[in-house]
Design a protein around this ligand. Structure first.
Ligand code: FES
Ligand code: FES
Length: 155
């Protein structure tokens, strides 16, 4: 066992974990932050995307120990003071989800996209989301929602 410490959604946490514990397991099983989903065992689906030190990362591809000392944000940490993040609000408004399974990862990836590119084209959004799979194939409205969020965040 080893001790892993990090800041998750603004709170300092410290837990004893097995060295092989993945970051996604740490979040879900040790911190009960189950908004971060596991949709595959091949690092393909993107349902597990969180931000580590401000950058989107598939949390199933990283050991919890590798995030020791990092600042992590999950979907649960995006809303502030009871207000949805503009990306969450846009997904809701533009029906950017069906079953919702891929949504936390889509939203976290999209927020990171807008940090790099505040005014992305549809093509740039689709390219950025190559690592996020929606099994309901709701991509059209996801792209619309991201465009709307980009506009509201620029405005
Ligand atoms: S669970 Fe991480 S990419 Fe699918
Ligand atoms: S909304 Fe169902 S997987 Fe994307």
């Amino acid at each position: 066992m080893l001790t892993v410490s990090m800041t998750v959604n603004g709170k300092q946490v410290s837990k004893e974990v097995e060295p092989r514990t993945l970051l996604v397991q740490f979040l879900r099983e040790h911190l009960s932050l189950t908004g971060t989903h596991v949709g595959c065992d091949t690092s393909q689906c993107g349902a597990c995307v969180v931000h580590v030190d401000g950058t989107s990362v598939k949390s199933c591809t990283m050991l919890a120990a590798q995030a020791d000392g990092a600042t992590v944000t999950t979907i649960e940490g995006l809303a502030q003071d009871g207000e949805l993040h503009p990306m969450q609000a846009a997904f809701k408004e533009h029906h950017g989800l069906q079953c919702g399974f891929c949504t936390p990862g889509m939203v976290m990836s999209a927020v990171d996209l807008l940090k790099h590119n505040p005014d992305p084209s549809d093509r740039e959004i689709r390219e950025w989301l190559q690592g996020n799979i929606c099994r309901c194939t709701g991509y059209h409205n996801i792209v619309k929602a991201i465009q709307a969020a980009a506009q509201s965040m620029r405005g």
